[in-house]
Design a binder for this molecule. Sequence first.
Ligand SMILES: Nc1ncnc2c1ncn2[C@@H]1O[C@H](COP(=O)(O)OP(=O)(O)OP(=O)(O)O)[C@@H](O)[C@H]1O
Ligand SMILES: [Mg+2]
Length: 339
Amino acid sequence: MNTTNTYNLFDELDDFDLDEKGQERFVRRNPKKLPKSEQAFLHKQDDSVAGFKFTYKAARFESWWLLDSLGEFYEHQWVSDVLRRVKGGKEASVYQCRAGSAIPGGGLVAAKVYRPRMLRNLKNDAAYREGRTDLDSEGRQVINDGDLHAMAKRTAYGEELRHTSWIAYEFDTLQALREAGADVPEAYAMQKNAILMGYVGDDVGCAPTLSEISLERSEARPLFERVLRNIDILLACKRIHGDLSAYNILYWDGDITLIDFPQVVNPEGNRNAYKIFERDMERICEYFSRQGVRTDARKLAGDLWQSHGYKTRQEVDVRLLDGEDPKDRAIWQKQKSGR
Ligand SMILES: Nc1ncnc2c1ncn2[C@@H]1O[C@H](COP(=O)(O)OP(=O)(O)OP(=O)(O)O)[C@@H](O)[C@H]1O
Ligand SMILES: [Mg+2]
């Protein structure tokens, strides 16, 4: 079975729902109703990483998906066990894992495992992808004409490349930001569906997000400054988070950790860049003003943006414009006349 069919099969088997108490749970189809070839494929999955038995009691299909997604981490001894699912989401679930011998110091690590339907649903990603080249599974830019064509035409293979690129951006961004001194988890490894990174929290559970807690008055201001410092580092690394809010910042022992980067945007060459940046700033300011910090999102956004020499009105790279599209032609005319 090729990778795309595998995703489709898992996607079909895996459904996500909330029970009557609003708790997440996996709703499963009956495996006996699958065609024989698919049943055989799933059983083969069990054998392929036979040594990988984990403590976490996953439902049947989730367990297959985990073997498929984390198998390589296990083989390369990045992880030795999956302990619990700390968060399930629409697009990804995060698991607390025990580090394998390849990670100095051992301890706990977090595996973010994208859900099968990511491939189908890639969040309307066009606005984010504009102006950023796609990355392959090694984090290299996709420049091969055949690959680019497959992505543009949205063939099954092209969709797989887009999926990989989305995850590679998250991994690459974590590495770049960490190196630049930002408060983000250390990124250890990536596989086609998953990222392995530093874990924030303790044995019992992961750190809460800022959205889940209220800050002491005295710590709100310094933490706000800390977030701004991180946004500044992001801009210096030519990145806008693109989905920054109190939901994507973890809080632990008085420190913050920014997470969730697949949709990062390049501040240069994306015509929506400033709008996306301003929305990030507004969400952050909204949270901190509720915590008693006086903020002015628009002014802060403008000042930070300009301090990095970015232009508020973006010139669109002509290579991104479609000559056949009247709207794109209008943009091009406008730019050419300097209006
Ligand atoms: N490195 C980490 N350490 C501990 N917990 C983490 C880590 N990364 C993510 N989490 C937990 O998993 C949740 C989801 O992670 P993330 O925001 O990256 O995924 P997502 O795709 O946005 O999922 P969702 O749709 O639920 O927001 C986080 O809110 C946090 O609770
Ligand atoms: Mg998130």
